[in-house]
Design a protein around this ligand. Structure first.
Ligand SMILES: [Zn+2]
Length: 245
C-alpha cells in the first residue's frame, strides 16, 4: 500500500483521538459518582426496609391498643349495667350477692386491662421514636442521592460533550485517508486496540517492542510512501524524524 508520508502521519492524530475516545468510554463505566449512587441506593433500600419493619410493629401495637380499648369499654359497660341493676332496687338477695361478686371481679379485670394498655402504649411510644429516627435517616439518604445523582449526570454530560467534540474531529480527519488505509487501520484497531503508532527510537508505539536490526534495515530500505507494519503487533508504523532510522 502506498500513501504519501504526510497523510500517513495524520494517522497519529487519528490514533490519538481514538485513544481519547476509548479513555472517555472507560471513564463512563467507572465514574466515582456512579459508584456513590450505587452505594447510596443500597443504603436507601436498607433504611427503607428498616422503616417498613418498624411500621409493621407500630401497626401491630395499634391493633393491640384498639383491642384492649374495646375490652376496657366492654367491661365498663358491664359494670354500668350491674350498677344500674343494683340501684334499681328490684333484685333479690341472691342476685344481689352475685352482682356484687361480679362487680368486684370486673373491677379487677379492668385494672389488669388498663395496666396492659399502659404497657402497650409505652411500647408504642418507643416504636414511634424508632420510626421517626428511621424516617429521618431515610430522608437524609434520599437527599444525598438527589445531590450525587445530579453530580453524576453533570459528569456524564461533560463526557458526552467531549465524545461529541472528538467524534466531530474524527469525522473531519478521516476524509484525508484513502479507503484501503482507513480499512487497514480500523481492522487493526478492532483486533488489537491500536491501529497505528509512531515508530519512535526503533520502538513500536503500539506494542512497545524494540525492533531488531534486521527489521530496522528492512524499514530503512522501504520507500517513504510505502505503509509499513510492526512485525510484532501488525500496527501501522508511522515514520518520522524520531523513528531512529
Ligand atoms: Zn508493535
Amino acid at each position: 500500500m502506498n500513501v504519501e508520508p504526510q497523510v500517513q502521519s495524520k494517522l497519529l492524530e487519528l490514533a490519538g483521538l481514538d485513544a481519547e475516545l476509548a479513555r472517555t468510554a472507560h471513564r463512563r463505566t467507572s465514574l466515582p459518582e456512579q459508584q456513590e449512587v450505587d452505594r447510596l441506593e443500597t443504603e436507601r433500600n436498607t433504611r427503607k426496609d428498616a422503616a417498613v419493619a418498624v411500621q409493621i410493629i407500630l401497626d401491630d401495637l395499634d391493633r393491640d391498643i384498639r383491642k384492649l380499648e374495646g375490652e376496657v369499654d366492654a367491661v365498663r359497660k358491664r359494670e354500668q349495667r350491674d350498677r344500674d341493676l343494683l340501684q334499681g332496687g328490684t333484685v333479690g338477695a341472691k342476685q344481689l350477692t352475685e352482682l356484687e361478686h361480679e362487680l368486684s371481679s370486673l373491677e379487677r379485670r379492668q385494672g389488669l386491662l388498663e395496666d396492659d394498655l399502659l404497657e402497650v402504649m409505652e411500647r408504642r411510644e418507643a416504636s414511634q421514636a424508632d420510626y421517626d429516627h428511621a424516617g429521618a435517616q431515610l430522608s437524609k439518604v434520599e437527599d444525598e442521592l438527589i445531590d450525587v445523582r445530579r453530580r453524576r449526570d453533570d459528569a456524564l454530560a461533560d463526557l458526552d460533550s467531549s465524545v461529541a467534540a472528538r467524534t466531530a474531529d474524527r469525522e473531519a480527519l478521516v476524509v484525508n485517508f484513502p479507503t484501503d488505509l482507513l480499512e487497514a487501520y480500523e481492522k487493526q484497531r478492532a483486533s488489537r486496540g491500536i491501529g497505528a503508532a509512531l515508530l519512535q527510537a526503533r520502538r513500536c508505539g503500539a506494542c512497545r517492542i524494540e525492533l531488531d536490526r534486521g527489521e530496522i534495515s528492512r524499514i530503512q530500505a522501504t520507500a517513504p510512501d510505502v505503509v509499513v507494519r510492526c512485525p510484532e503487533c501488525n500496527a501501522i508504523l508511522v515514520r518520522t524524524k524520531e523513528s531512529g532510522l
